[in-house]
Ligand binder design. Structure first.
Ligand SMILES: [Zn+2]
Length: 372
């Protein structure tokens, strides 16, 4: 009985449900045709301030920085004691950004703007000895460069004291540095660097106050190209020193991890326009048949504390670059840069360039170059 009722009512019931559904479907508005042009976006007028989104959670902290924000010279130069471990820094987002801004400003004419940024950082991280050292050198630089004038040629801006360097000479010096960068880029086959900040200090005491170069240094490139006017009295001295540091300045941004003998030998090759001027160090090497083993020149010149040893290390490095050029042509220079940029290790560079080269070849070169 109940079964026959279910069968009898099933089809009419289904019909009623479908009719009701169809009624609602037909009543709904038709889908609009697609727009041929997109509706204009609603843009708040520029004059209205855009409300900042509220932030509920603090920004995530960046991973600890194993090395400093961009400042390739800090550890590569003379500033940090050899062997001092890199400081691992755990920084809040705003601290990392302040440090980056400080290091970006540090080697420009706006160097003084880095001071409050370092101060803010050091207020929270007073035990960061590396940054504290940078800050104290910056303090000295701000004092020393008080009242300095400025001259810009090409991409080079030179700051100078006009009581020690007349403006026309500063203009020439800035232009010479800028030209030397062009030439260094061509010689090394590297892309010409962009803005360079250079400073001509009155004397070596000013240079030593703002850097941490050894007492025998007469100029330095530590991100800023720094010269000491009292060490470049003659035209020739000025040319040599600006060319030496300009070579370092050109390679600084593109090359890290070059062996010291290569860096310094090339800078001297460049400063002497590709010639090997004879000097007492070469004379002594020949007379005593002595030299610094190539392997000992791979590290920092820090080990050569005394002026004489440092001078010998520089001179021998110069002779080594000259020897490589004599045997392989000047293209060996761009090739060396290419190898280093491709990851060739410091200690492998010499044998990669000229596998059969020995210290005996160096003495033979000096014998050939010795003035008769
Ligand atoms: Zn140098």
């Amino acid at each position: 009985m109940s079964a026959s009722l279910r069968v009898r009512w099933r089809w009419p019931l289904l019909f009623v449900i479908l009719s009701i559904a169809l009624f609602f479907v037909l009543r709904s508005p038709p889908v609009p045709p697609p727009l041929t042009t997109p509706a204009p976006a609603v843009i708040a007028p520029a004059s209205q301030p855009i409300a900042a989104k509220p932030i509920d959670a603090p920004a995530p902290e960046p991973p600890p920085l194993a090395t400093l924000p961009p400042n390739p010279q800090l550890s590569a130069g003379f500033c940090d004691p050899p062997g001092e471990a890199a400081i691992a820094r755990t920084l809040k987002a705003n601290e990392a950004s302040d440090l980056r801004r400080a290091f970006t400003a540090l080697h420009t004419s706006a160097f003084a703007t880095a001071a409050p940024l370092f101060d803010g950082y050091l207020a929270a991280h007073g035990n960061d000895a590396q940054i504290a050292r940078v800050r104290s050198r910056l303090r000295a630089q701000i004092d020393v460069q008080e009242g300095f004038s400025q001259s810009t040629r090409g991409t080079t801006t030179l700051a100078y004291p006009d009581d020690a360097l007349p403006a026309p000479e500063a203009w020439t010096l800035a232009g010479n540095i800028d030209d030397a960068l062009d030439e260094a880029a061509r010689l090394t086959g590297t892309e010409r660097r962009r803005p360079l900040y250079a400073v001509a200090y009155r004397d070596r005491s000013e240079l030593l106050a703002v850097t941490c170069v050894p007492s025998w240094a007469v100029g330095v490139y530590d991100g800023t190209l720094r010269l000491a006017l009292d060490t470049m009295k003659s035209e020739a001295e000025r040319d040599r020193e600006l060319r030496h540091e300009a070579l370092h300045a050109q390679l600084g941004p593109v090359l890290s991890g070059a062996p010291r003998w290569w860096d310094e030998g090339l800078a001297q090759y460049f400063e002497e326009h590709g010639k090997l001027g004879w000097n007492g160090a070469f004379q002594a090497m020949l007379r005593n048949k002595t030299y610094i083993p190539f392997k000992s020149l791979e590290g920092s010149f820090f080990v050569f504390e005394a002026n004489m040893d440092a001078a010998l290390a520089y001179e021998q490095s110069h002779a080594m670059v000259q020897l490589l050029v004599d045997r392989n042509g000047e293209a060996v220079i761009a090739r060396a840069i290419e190898l280093l940029r491709a990851g060739t290790k410091k200690e492998a560079l010499l044998s990669a360039l000229d596998p059969s080269l020995t210290e005996a070849d160096l003495l033979a070169l000096l014998e050939r170059k010795r003035p008769k």
